[in-house]
Design a protein around this ligand. Structure first.
Ligand SMILES: *[C@@H]1O[C@H](CO)[C@@H](O)[C@H](O)[C@H]1NC(C)=O
Ligand SMILES: *[C@@H]1O[C@H](CO)[C@@H](O)[C@H](O)[C@H]1NC(C)=O
Ligand SMILES: *[C@@H]1O[C@H](CO)[C@@H](O)[C@H](O)[C@H]1NC(C)=O
Ligand SMILES: CC(=O)N[C@H]1CO[C@H](CO)[C@@H](O)[C@@H]1O
Length: 355
């Protein structure tokens, strides 16, 4: 090609040669464009892509909606909202802490989009006992005022409690097989979410939030968490050097992260994003876990290890602070009581791990 370009730009030795090349190029480009536009397969691909772009625009740019006139406090660039914690990652994703956002502005943006949220939870075997508390506290604090579908994956549909729901919210019970060991469910959770993306989620919701069932909501959890892809800082490791993160270190595993890499340690108890992003994440994690299974290795913290590997190379667009996955027992066990019941930088506990 370089040669061809040079030939074309050189003073022509022969007009004939130049003409031949010219005609050849024309023929080639005609063939190429003809293939792109007339080939039915590529047309279909294109229309799928166009549709995907439209969805992406709808979801990722709530700023595109025009807000009504309303008076909000003025932001001050010279006065940071928080001085005690880091509020942005090096790739410019906000870290969501109390006091860093105005929920009224966010609500106005997301309401104008008629945002619908899917909250995915697995309740296998005896874990169904956590459902009542999970759903009741979610009704009180989770995305209040929005359309919410609770997707409950369970092997015991008859044990799902009936609780009163606010308008526009519904429970969708999806039966999964009863796996014999707790490990098996952790092996299949990613697969199940990925499978149901095509069957349900794309058509029914804009965003997916995947949570552990043994948690309870204790404060507002709203649209401030929504982003194309988000992860949550694990309450046990957020302040540590990455060499001390419980990442999978064995090179035989697909989840391996070397000692000199890693941003944060994310919890497997809360993650999410837009439907296409969660679909991609769960599919990739499932595939990596299957490769590990074939190689007879299981990552040290199973799906959480794979989630961490994924989020290292697909940086999340928002990171939730440990307000969203607080674990009282873990805090008490770390011997940090001189800092009180809570470290000073935790102003609110929004989601509490409560076994
Ligand atoms: C949201 O819903 C309202 C009422 O159903 C409708 O008028 C409006 O066009 C919708 N907006 C978007 C962005 O879909
Ligand atoms: C997911 O879908 C694949 C392909 O349709 C199927 O083979 C597999 O059993 C499904 N897995 C689960 C856990 O539903
Ligand atoms: C983390 O620990 C490693 C190895 O001990 C050290 O080289 C590195 O400087 C530490 N990083 C930070 C940010 O403290
Ligand atoms: C269905 C399935 O995958 N079962 C497996 C669950 O985990 C145990 C122990 O890891 C295996 O022995 C089962 O085959």
């Amino acid at each position: 090609m370089a040669q061809l370009v040079r030939t074309l730009s050189e003073k022509p030795k022969s007009y004939l040669l130049r003409q031949v090349i010219f005609i050849l190029l024309i023929a080639l480009s005609l063939a190429f464009f003809g293939y792109c536009y007339l080939n039915p397969r590529s047309q279909k691909l294109e229309s799928i892509q166009a549709r995907a772009n439209k969805i992406v625009r709808k979801i990722y740019h709530p700023q595109g909606v025009k807000l009504r006139r309303r008076v909000f406090p003025q932001p001050n660039v010279l006065r940071p909202s928080r001085r005690d914690v880091h509020v942005i990652t090096p790739w410019l994703a906000p870290i969501i802490w109390e006091g860093t956002y105005n929920i009224d502005i966010l609500n106005e943006q997301f309401r104008l989009q008629n945002t619908t949220i899917g909250l995915i939870v697995f309740a296998i075997k005896k874990h169904v006992i956590y459902l009542k508390r999970f759903l009741e506290t979610a009704e009180r604090y989770f995305m209040v005022g929005y359309k919410v579908n609770y997707y409950i994956f369970t092997d015991r549909p008859d044990h799902v409690p009936r609780i009163p729901l606010q308008n526009g919210r519904q429970v969708v019970i999806l039966k999964v097989q009863s796996y014999s060991h707790s490990q098996n469910m952790s092996l299949h959770r990613m697969e199940v979410i990925s499978n149901f993306s095509e069957q349900h989620f794309y058509r029914e919701v804009d965003y997916l939030v995947c949570a552990d069932v043994d948690m309870k909501f204790t404060e507002h959890v709203g649209v401030e968490i929504l982003a194309s892809l988000f992860g949550t800082l694990h309450p046990g490791f957020y302040g540590l050097n990455r060499t001390n993160f419980p990442y999978e270190r064995r090179p035989q595993s697909q989840a391996q992260i070397p000692e000199d890499e890693g941003d944060f340690y994310y919890t497997g108890a809360l993650f999410g994003g837009s439907v296409p992003e969660v679909h991609r994440l769960t599919k990739a994690c499932h595939q990596a876990m299957m490769v590990d299974k074939d190689n007879r290795i299981e990552a040290v913290r199973r799906e959480e290890s794979h989630l961490n590997k994924y989020l290292l190379y697909h940086k999340p667009s928002k990171v939730l602070s440990p307000e969203y996955s607080w674990d009282k027992q873990m805090w008490e066990n770390t011997g940090n009581q001189q800092l009180g019941d809570l470290p000073f930088y935790i102003k609110r506990i929004r989601l509490l791990i409560a076994k």
